[in-house]
Ligand binder design. Structure first.
Ligand SMILES: [Zn+2]
Length: 101
C-alpha cells in the first residue's frame, strides 16, 4: 500500500509580537502593541516618543524596550506614563499617585 498522503503545507508563520500583559509578564500576540515602554524605569509612552527614539538611536534601549496592547494594561502592569510624550497622563498619574512628601 502506497502512502500517497500529501503533507499539509506548513501555514505561513504569522507575524507575532511580544507584548506585556496586565501581570507584567510578556506574552505573544498576533497584533502589535499600541504603546511602548521602558522596562527598567517602568515607563510607558507613545511608540514615537521622542525620548524613546533618542535612546533607541543611541543603542542602549532596545533590550529594555517593551510593548503594551493598550494603556489599561500598561497601568495594570505597574508602569507609569512618560512625562515627555504623555504629559497630560503623567500629571494625572502624579495627582493620584504617591502622596506629596
Ligand atoms: Zn515618552
Amino acid at each position: 500500500m502506497i502512502n500517497d498522503d500529501i503533507p499539509a503545507p506548513a501555514p505561513a508563520p504569522a507575524r507575532t509580537y511580544t507584548l506585556i500583559g496586565p501581570d507584567g509578564r510578556p506574552y505573544t500576540s498576533t497584533t502589535p502593541g499600541t504603546l511602548g515602554g521602558y522596562r527598567r524605569d517602568r515607563l510607558y509612552g507613545r511608540l514615537d516618543c521622542p525620548s524613546a527614539l533618542r535612546f533607541i538611536a543611541a543603542g542602549g534601549y532596545v533590550s529594555n524596550r517593551v510593548f503594551f496592547p493598550d494603556e489599561a494594561t500598561a497601568i495594570a502592569a505597574g508602569y507609569r506614563p512618560c512625562a515627555k510624550c504623555l504629559p497630560e497622563k503623567y500629571r494625572q498619574w502624579k495627582t493620584r499617585g504617591t502622596p506629596e512628601s
